[in-house]
Design a protein around this ligand. Structure first.
Ligand code: SF4
Ligand code: ZN
Ligand code: ZN
Length: 316
């Protein structure tokens, strides 16, 4: 059996940087040092005393909270936030997993229940758009809802920043999709640290941006952490553009090791800085008062459409 290159214990996983296997403990330290280097390189925690971590219950957010607690739990105040999205067969398990992680780490986690607190669910949104034959995928609604609620909670509770579990593969998949579709202005937000641009918009950080899917999965297994095993019923099919691009990027990396690092570094150093964007004027949403470039923010539009008897024409 392969042995750990550092201590000689049974090897857990092959690590190309070590040209050999590492045991669970040394693999965990290796991953944590990668995150720590990233945090320092991009000054992700500059000025941050209270950090809110978005917890979906998936491998990335679970690894994120665990790693941040191990590395900085004695220096900054950490809290988790889980949003129960009301997705049958998925949301219940997600909430239980997050609850378990809170018990394991001792980190406080707060919960928002979309159905109970806001009167609609992602299932209701998916059913509505399907019935109306409106091409709005559930993930698009879900993304809007999660971004809005995480930011709103952080602003109201006085957090300095929100951390999310976006990893290297997520960022490259998103970047590739936007390059192919020509939506390059969307790329400017795909950075390790996105500064606040308004008193009601908190800074966003992505400490796992140098870890791959495989690395976060190995990390949660090495540390025996609970993660949601059920797949969301609304996950896009493998035949959609984004998953296909992600799979191609993985194939290139297998033939050309270091391809993903080259891609992400060029994205941050060359591509994003060369994108010219006009500053967006922000107003207060007529309904909730949160910043928006239009009269009523996307979250309030979705909520109104799904919870009121009035026609949706007002917003469509
Ligand atoms: Fe939301 Fe889509 Fe993820 Fe399901 S797969 S939780 S709908 S973003
Ligand atoms: Zn070892
Ligand atoms: Zn609003």
């Amino acid at each position: 059996m392969a042995k750990c290159r550092i201590c000689g214990k049974p090897g857990f996983v092959y690590v190309s940087e070590y040209k050999g296997y590492l045991c669970k403990e040394h693999y965990s330290r290796f991953i944590e040092s990668k995150v720590d280097r990233c945090v320092k390189r991009f000054a992700l925690l500059r000025g941050i005393k209270r950090l809110l971590i978005g917890l979906s219950g998936g491998k990335d957010s679970i690894a994120l909270l665990y790693i941040m607690n191990r590395l900085y739990g004695d220096k900054i105040e950490l809290e988790g936030l889980h949003i129960n999205l009301g997705i049958p067969g998925y949301s219940g398990e997600s909430q239980q997993i997050v609850d378990k992680l809170s018990s394991i780490t001792g980190i406080k986690v707060s919960f928002i229940n979309l159905c109970a607190d806001y009167g609609f669910s992602i299932k209701k949104a998916a059913d509505y758009y399907f019935k109306k034959r409106i091409n709005r995928p559930p993930c698009s609604v879900c993304g809007t809802v999660k971004r809005y609620l995480l930011n709103k909670y952080a602003v109201e509770k006085g957090f300095d920043a929100v951390a999310t579990g976006h990893n290297l593969d997520d960022i490259l998949r998103f970047a590739s999709t936007n390059i192919v579709t020509g939506d390059v202005s969307n790329l400017v937000k795909q950075v390790p640290r996105e500064e606040s641009t308004h008193p009601k918009i908190v800074t966003k950080i992505r400490p796992l941006c140098y870890l791959s899917n495989k690395e976060t999965l190995n990390y949660v297994e090495a540390n025996n952490l609970p993660i949601v095993r059920t797949t969301c019923p609304y996950k896009p099919s493998e035949r959609k553009l984004a998953p296909m691009l992600a799979s191609k990027i993985g194939e290139i990396e297998a033939v050309i090791p270091g391809f993903k690092s080259m891609y992400i570094n060029n994205l941050w150093r060359k591509i994003i800085p060369s994108i010219k964007t006009e500053p967006v004027e922000l107003n207060e949403c007529e309904i909730c008062g949160m910043p928006t470039s239009i009269k009523v923010c996307s979250f309030c539009k979705i909520r109104h459409i799904l919870t009121s008897d009035q026609s949706e024409e007002r917003f469509l």
